[in-house]
Write a protein that binds this ligand. Sequence first.
Ligand SMILES: NC(=O)c1ccc[n+]([C@@H]2O[C@H](COP(=O)([O-])OP(=O)(O)OC[C@H]3O[C@@H](n4cnc5c(N)ncnc54)[C@H](O)[C@@H]3O)[C@@H](O)[C@H]2O)c1
Length: 370
Amino acid sequence: MKELKVCLVGIGFIGRQHVEAIRRIPAVRIAAVSDLNEEMIRNFCEENAISAWYGDYREMLDTEKPDIVHVCTPNWLHFEVSCEALKRGIHVYCEKPLALDPEQTGELCRLAKENGVLGAVNYNYRQNAQAREMNARIHAADGSWGKTFFVSGWYYQGYNISDWAGGWKYDIDKGGKTRALADIGSHWIDLAQYVTGQKIKRVMAEFTMVYPYRKKRGTEPPELIEVKNEDIAQVMLEFDDGAKGNLIASVAAAGHKNDLSISIDGSRYAMRWDQENPDKLYIETNEDGVLLRHAGPEVLSPEARAYGTLPSGHPVGWADAFRNGIRAFYDCVRGKEERNYATFEDGDYVVRVLEACYKSNQEKRWIDVE
Ligand SMILES: NC(=O)c1ccc[n+]([C@@H]2O[C@H](COP(=O)([O-])OP(=O)(O)OC[C@H]3O[C@@H](n4cnc5c(N)ncnc54)[C@H](O)[C@@H]3O)[C@@H](O)[C@H]2O)c1
């Protein structure tokens, strides 16, 4: 198997998870990493036996000439760093959301094609065994699912409950015009579209800023900044095939940790999955009550079986899903045809859904996703 040479840009919270996940994949070498925080990155490389680090990511790309670069910087840099990599013929595995607006995401899709390289977006929740299982059940050849009637759920986190503003996510030029939706709602949108195999075609959204002004960290007395993107988004949805649904994304849900939940109601039964209990899928039936299915290979559908890497009761979860997406991308870089990851085109469409939600909140009406 050909060894793949990988570099990463941005070693904050998520960049570290990428490094851990990459190290669980065979025949891959992390050649170098880049970050602006020199002392941190030097220590990180020492502790993780990575031989080279760079302050300037362009220098890293030119010197190391990796096969793949992981873009793990804050949102506003996804576009710039991905462009630099694509133009050099380097495959890109980018954090979500792919970029700040549809103009940028469209350009990234174009550049990847023009340079003959692959692009992925790290929508890691679709890589869970039970996300694969839900997809397999909905698409079962025997028609046992029937028709999807309704798709609903939420993504609640509590990290913005205080009236302090923390960092770049509040700056619409850096985090984006939407905050709760771009940061966590985008994961749910990708998951819902992946599982159902349907695209969201129109939305009706309402945004709430729980504090109109927030205190800027590091200022005394606290400087007040106006909040321009939402803490809570409520969205009604309609899918291509006519199914309806709704999503609430909130980063001001006190006490909630990483509470992503999805419920899909079909014409014969319903399914409910919650990422904080990732190896369990609840099948709701009129005839037999609620059935619990673990993510063991002995009970998963054939299409999902490869994702159940441990017997039932040995929970596969967040870190496994994270690794699955990166591995699926690397398989395609090595020549596999089937794209078992969120492509740049998928990431582009999610940003178009976010854009439609933003417009809908402003205009107080249903908006088609363009
Ligand atoms: N997939 C997920 O579940 C998930 C979870 C959290 C965050 N994210 C995404 O990951 C991205 C980063 O989030 P985070 O929480 O890790 O942020 P973070 O602030 O913890 O880390 C970002 C890192 O990028 C570095 N950086 C900034 N500019 C740089 C540059 N020009 N060159 C090199 N390094 C640079 C910073 O120094 C920092 O170390 C965001 O886009 C976020 O949406 C995804």
